[in-house]
Design a protein around this ligand. Sequence first.
Ligand SMILES: [Zn+2]
Length: 260
Amino acid sequence: MSEPISLQEAILYFSNPDNCIQYLAVRRWPNGVICPGCGSDSVSYNAARHTWKCSTHHSKREFSIKVGTIFAESAIGLDKWLTAMWMLTNCKNGISSCEIGRALKVTQKTAWFMAHRIRLALQDENFGKLGGEVEVDETFIGGKARNMHVAQRKRRITGTGTKDKTAVMGILERGGKVRTMVVPNRRKHALQEEVKKHVQAGAALYTDELLSYDGLDARYAHQVIDHATAYVDGKIHTNGLENFWSLLKRGISGTCSAPH
Ligand SMILES: [Zn+2]
């Protein structure tokens, strides 16, 4: 059944749990289902239980579509949540909690609560964000910085960068994707803005000791590797991104083929 185009269709469509899961999964994981615990895409679906199981060995390997979403702790069924979400995103002229309440056969108070949670979640763009274990790091590309070793470069270059150097930020989901973006500088506002835009709240976040990352622990399980002491402390490192930068720079300087 294709996705609903009217309210009646939406109510019918979301009355089927498989449709609910399908509808959410393609939005949450546009590139395929990944384990919220470790970021692995090696997962298998159990149709009877409506859950996935991760093939990597760690705790809480079995997960449902609800884990890490606004629906996780709710007694309200996905059928009602998704119909409400459909109404809020498809009714162009806005929709009142009375209308939602009538359509879902819930009280106006419940409808108001649901609408509030859904609006927050949509603002948050929780769908399509990186999750699991996430490394964040920045580097400079161009100018003199290009040929310096990473650690040396970090010591020498501080602050906002100059004409011949471009500050680039990288966000890497372990076992998954990497996103890069040009940032105006390495100050707190610029860097944390990107982290919030690209990383799901609650993810495990690994950065170096740069002070611009201070304060992210309210939203993430943030752990810092102090490069003055060590480069790796168990899971706490940014080596995935360091490797990515080095490949990228070799690609740019032409001494090696570009990374895929
Ligand atoms: Zn896993």
